[in-house]
Design a protein around this ligand. Structure first.
Ligand code: ISL
Ligand code: CA
Length: 550
């Protein structure tokens, strides 16, 4: 396996709006990130991914860019950015930015010009179609509810937006658009940025027939109509040739609609496209027929199979990214762990999982504390456009809104966007004023300051697990094999290479279990999430054990 810094690194993801507010206006900012770089380094993370910080009207918190070469006013200035980049490099860390190139903001100059007339030189920067009998050109549903076409008076036709109507899709068929994007990428690389996470990059090539969809499953619509379009690999290959290959950088493509069978087309090192992708098989595991706001229970056996299948699929010449949460999903602890009685144990167990699989691990801000979902009492405290749009849609279709609020509690993206919990002080030390989104009231117990002082904390465990991974490259590059695949409570796997072998045993249940296989293990317990020792074969609720096999 080819060795690379981006395979060995551990990524820390920052949602800047919610990370640290340095000037007390209630909004996180670049200076706030600078203040906390030593904290991030203390975790052992060496790559920082920041969600978009470009100029934006914030219809979707920065995923609607109005100027790709400037910094959002609330976040600071370009001088702050340069300072941030230098401060990251000074500490031996690297910076990944977020490239939002499937769509721009409707307030971007290109779109402002394009929408003025059919003769605008920018018209072909976007997709325009006339309606059919007074209706939009297709019946496509948008990601956040409603359709994907918005009528534009001046040109008497519709433009395409797979996300909100303030996020018009860019037309990559147009070579000028591609040139613009490559120049933007170059602009940031020339500043010294170390790579990009590429937002919904799987969607950039459209199926130009623009035919109606006749599928009800949204996942299927994404995969078959929106993602993996006919020219996707041509574009990625061109981008690689024109810019990416000229620098020592990393890329991770966000890949809704990418599945096991086509993943290698994106990440095979011989194809020169992307280094890795984020797939969503495990993140959509609890989506019901109606999508994420129609959740269904999932089985651990399916969860394990997803990780095993992806490892198998990418092991020859590909590479995986490992994540259990980000700014688009509820908290990983509340989803995959236990955020009640076993909060600390299960947060540590998930850290063990995240940091012992093959692939580059991504830690989402606050997960290193075991931050949990929040349950605001009413819709007025929610901010996320997806949450608000689904609320409106549920209301107009006559849903039981009391019940729908409980679904929002479980599924809203705002669960991951409440302010980072630094201290037990007001607003969790994020800001001295009321933040743009309310803090999770549990900051009083769950915060960095208290965990710094407690050697048994989730935070200290993350530090231990990151340094354990770094000390054992077998955990980065070694082979992977799942054992007891059919067990409904246990996730047990081996990682090995020619020199070392590890066995990782995770009890993802509240039961005390006795595991035969573990009683036969000849090895040393090197990491565990309980203080008191027990016999090798016993696993307490949410217990995690890492053995070095001899
Ligand atoms: O958020 C999701 C599910 O709740 C995903 O379907 C998400 O919309 C999808 O993964 C794309 O996400 C990315 O692009 C969006 C932006 O809102 C997300 O924050 C971003 O991560 C549009 O730019
Ligand atoms: Ca601020």
């Amino acid at each position: 396996m080819v060795k690379k810094w981006w395979k060995e690194g551990v990524v820390y993801q920052i949602y800047p709006r919610s990370f640290k507010d340095s000037n007390n206006d209630g909004i996180g900012d670049l200076q706030g990130i600078i203040e906390k770089l030593d904290y991030i380094r203390s975790l052992g993370a060496d790559i920082i991914w920041i969600c978009p910080v470009y100029k934006s009207p914030n219809d979707d918190n920065g995923y609607d860019v109005s100027d790709y070469r400037n910094i959002m006013d609330e976040f600071g200035t370009m001088a702050d950015f340069d300072n941030l980049l230098k401060s990251i490099h000074d500490r031996g860390m690297r910076l990944l930015m977020d490239l939002v190139a499937n769509h721009s903001s409707d307030e971007h100059r290109w779109f402002q010009e394009a929408r003025k007339s059919r003769n605008s030189p920018y018209r072909d920067y976007y997709f325009w179609k006339t309606g059919v009998n007074g209706r939009p050109p297709t019946n496509w549903p948008s990601f956040f509810g409603g359709g994907t076409w918005e009528y534009n008076e001046a040109t008497e036709d519709y433009y395409l937006h797979l996300f909100t109507k303030k996020q018009p899709d860019l037309n990559w068929e147009n070579p000028k658009v591609r040139r613009e994007i490559y120049d933007i990428i170059k602009f940031w690389f020339d500043k010294g940025v170390d790579g990009f996470r590429m937002d919904v990059i799987s969607l950039i090539s459209k199926r130009l027939e623009f035919s109606d969809v006749n599928m009800d499953n949204y996942g299927e619509i994404i995969e078959k109509q929106y993602a993996n379009g006919p020219r996707i690999h041509e574009y990625l290959n061109e981008m690689n040739r024109e810019v990416l290959s000229q620098y020592d950088i990393m890329t991770v493509g966000e890949g809704p609609g990418i599945h096991l069978e086509n993943a290698m087309d994106y990440v095979d090192e011989n194809r020169h496209e992307l280094n890795m992708i984020f797939h969503f098989d495990h993140m959509f595991i609890d989506n019901g027929p109606g999508g994420k706001f129609d959740p269904v229970p999932y089985k651990l056996t399916c969860f394990k199979k997803i990780f095993s299948d992806w490892d198998q699929q990418l092991k020859d010449g590909g590479w995986n990214s490992i994540f259990l949460g980000n700014h688009d999903f509820s908290r990983m602890l509340s989803r995959f762990g236990n955020d009640g009685q076993y909060r600390v144990e299960s947060a540590k167990l998930l850290a063990t999982l995240l940091l012992s699989l093959r692939g580059t691990p991504y830690i989402y801000q606050g997960d290193e504390l075991g931050m949990t979902n929040v349950a605001f009492e009413g819709i007025k405290d929610y901010r996320d456009v997806e949450t608000l749009e689904s609320w409106k849609a549920a209301e107009s279709s006559g849903h039981d809104m009391g019940h729908f609020l409980t679904v929002i509690h479980a599924q809203s993206r705002d669960n991951a966007r409440t302010p980072m919990q630094w201290t037990g002080d007001v607003h969790g030390g994020f800001s001295a004023v009321e933040p743009w989104i309310r803090s999770n009231p549990n900051y009083a117990e769950i915060n960095v300051a208290s965990q710094e002082a407690d050697p048994g904390s989730v935070l200290h465990y993350y530090r231990k697990m990151v340094s354990y991974r770094k000390a054992n490259p077998t955990l980065v590059y070694g082979d992977y094999q799942c054992l007891m695949e059919d067990d409904p409570n246990l996730y047990i796997y081996e990682r090995w290479d020619d020199d070392h072998r590890f066995l990782i045993a995770l009890n993802m249940s509240e039961q005390h279990l006795l595991v035969d296989l573990l009683t036969q293990v000849h090895g040393e317990l090197e990491v565990g999430n309980y203080n008191e020792r027990n016999t090798p074969g016993e696993l307490r609720p949410w217990e995690a054990k890492v053995f070095r096999i001899v």
